[in-house]
Design a protein. Structure first.
Length: 573
């Protein structure tokens, strides 16, 4: 048999959690046709001796809704072994949408996900109105990796209710019936489910709460029943993580999902200190699952936070009028100004205004703020914080932060570990990762372009959690399982996430010894010249999507085999 591709003599980590083994993987027609010992020839063979061979990674929580329209590469995700992404999360997106509501959805995405309005104005052709038409637009675009979509709550609400939906008025019976009908229509067209948010800081750029905020149980039930009637799907949900009041809203969604018979995944955040409310949330999960639910808590495997810098959306002085006066200058000119003693003193003795993005409240959390090196350290020592460095120098944290922002000619970055860094470590995360009711996610690729670069988390799992962490490490088999078959099972894509005959041929060949995250960099490749954070990695020898090599040694090929995934997929029979 002449195969398209054979990967020879690799250490196969098949995604099941079982022990790795040395063998071959044969691919034909985008499908795995042989594993372990493969005879015959191929159009191309790759020698993977001494290298890991894994399934392609799956990220359940992204916001590539725009980037998947205007770009053929979904980086950073595809640079970190990710071969399938799910978008539409947090209940924000671009469909369904009537022409008169384009600005409303742009305002939402700009505020909630830090995607500049000018980028969307230039990058979105708006060739769709309904959600099925949006899926058609996605399907018509060649790209490097596969995309799948959830129906977002806020656009649905605005489409059905107009300004009443924006104003968060209660839905009428007629509204509920139409929401359920459109949810069923979306699932029939290929949506994997539905996404919503009750997060207080999820606000439009104009400062208003998202339309889904405060939605009643009856609204969730009507939508869930529409999804169930169309064949089922996943409910993705963000509770109010800032308020920490998990129980009322989680119970509402869990009760609806259990009653209707749908699985749920929700974002779980571990506060750095104070009452361990995440424990209460996990107890609610246990009770829901014991009652017949299918609930998974979705966690991020490193600190949740912000990246600050002079080229980015935020820094400790972003709300200072004295800094704002020079903020529009080109970077080199701004750095030159900030190095002038009189400008330095003016800024350091200024006071912030009260206006700005809600996340900027963390821009002066100096006890949880750390310089980012290359490679970046995401589990830093508490003594390396800006606050502790300032104490060692005998200066204020503001002075230390100011000086560090000017490092590398103003290209330096600071990491704020806002959550998941309880008591100054990832020990609590280590305990949760292994739970059967917890899944990894929250990479947020395609969003927060000037605030975070979290889509690189699979590389972090394969380096820090498998190889580098002093204690509490995962085995390579455990880590690969958490990045592949577990998220595939949660979202209902059982045709991928494993290396076995009949499964989709999405694969990584990895030099584990050489695997290394690089520091994020600012690139200006968005529509209208918009900037974003991107992040590369060393050690990915080959990434394969549907049997085609999309990258070799970190360099993308011309192949664009990525497809729109329409609907849930059964495991190979």
């Amino acid at each position: 048999m002449l195969c398209d591709l054979i990967i020879r003599n690799g250490t196969i980590v098949d995604g099941s959690g079982g022990e790795p083994f040395v063998g071959d993987v044969a691919i034909s027609g985008g499908t795995i046709v042989g594993v372990e010992q493969v005879d015959g020839d191929a159009l191309r063979e790759i020698d993977a001796t001494g290298l890991l061979v894994t399934p392609g990674f799956i990220d359940l929580h992204t916001h590539y809704d725009g980037q998947a329209i205007w770009s053929d590469r979904l980086t950073p995700s595809s640079a970190h072994g990710v071969t399938t992404v799910v978008m539409g999360n947090c209940g924000v997106g671009f469909a369904p949408c009537r022409a008169q509501d384009h600005e409303t959805l742009v305002d939402l995405m700009a505020g909630v996900e830090d995607v500049p309005g000018a980028v969307m104005a230039d990058g979105l052709p708006w060739t769709w109105e309904t959600f099925p038409e949006f899926l058609d637009a996605l399907e018509g675009r060649a790209r490097d990796i596969d995309v799948a979509a959830l129906l977002p709550h806020s656009p649905l609400r605005v489409y059905v209710m107009g300004q009443r939906g924006v104003d968060r008025e209660p839905a009428t019976l007629e509204d509920l019936q139409l929401m359920g009908k459109l949810a069923a229509e979306a699932v029939h067209a290929g949506a994997l489910g539905f996404a919503s948010s009750q997060m207080m800081v999820h606000r439009s750029e104009s400062g208003f709460p998202i339309p889904s905020y405060g939605a009643a149980s009856a609204e969730y039930e009507a939508i869930a029943r529409g999804i169930k009637a169309a064949g089922g799907g996943l409910l993705q949900f963000v509770p109010d993580l800032v308020a920490g009041a998990y129980e009322p809203v989680l119970k509402t969604v869990f009760d609806v999902a259990t009653d209707v018979g749908l699985p749920v995944t929700f974002s779980l955040v571990i506060a750095n200190g104070g009452d361990p409310q995440f424990i209460d949330a996990l107890e609610i999960v246990q009770k829901a699952n014991a009652a017949g639910g299918q609930v998974s808590a979705q966690i991020f495997p490193r600190p949740i936070g912000l990246v600050l810098g002079l080229e980015l959306s935020g820094n400790p002085f972003i709300l200072y009028p004295s800094y704002q006066a020079i903020a529009a200058l080109p970077l080199a000119e701004r750095v030159a100004e900030m190095r002038k003693p009189e400008v330095r003193e003016h800024i350091l003795h200024d006071a912030p205004t009260c206006e700005g993005h809600p996340l900027m409240m963390a821009a002066q959390a100096f006890d949880w703020m750390f310089p980012m090196g290359d490679p970046p350290i995401y589990e830093p020592e508490p003594g390396d914080s800006i606050a502790e460095r300032a104490r060692a120098r005998g200066v204020s944290p503001l002075h230390e932060a100011y000086d560090r922002l000017l490092d590398d000619d103003g290209r330096a970055m600071l990491l704020v570990t806002m959550a998941n860094f309880r008591d100054g470590s990832l020990d609590t995360v280590a305990e949760l990762i292994r739970r059967p009711d917890v899944v990894l996610g929250l990479g947020d690729g395609g969003a927060h372009y000037g605030m975070i670069c979290d889509a690189s988390f699979p590389t972090y799992v394969m380096t820090h959690w498998v190889r580098d962490r002093p204690a509490g490490r995962l085995t390579v088999a455990e880590a690969v399982r958490e990045l592949t078959s577990v998220p595939a099972g949660v979202v209902g894509l059982a045709d991928r996430g494993r290396i076995a005959v009949g499964f989709k041929a999405d694969l990584n060949v990895i030099d584990q010894d050489a695997l290394q995250l690089r520091r994020p960099v600012v690139v200006k490749d968005l529509p209208s010249g918009g900037r974003r954070l991107d992040q590369a990695a060393n050690g990915y020898v080959v990434t394969v999507v549907s049997g085609e090599v999309i990258a070799e040694l970190g360099v993308p090929t011309a192949a664009r085999p990525g497809k729109l995934v329409r609907g849930r997929r059964p495991a190979p029979g």
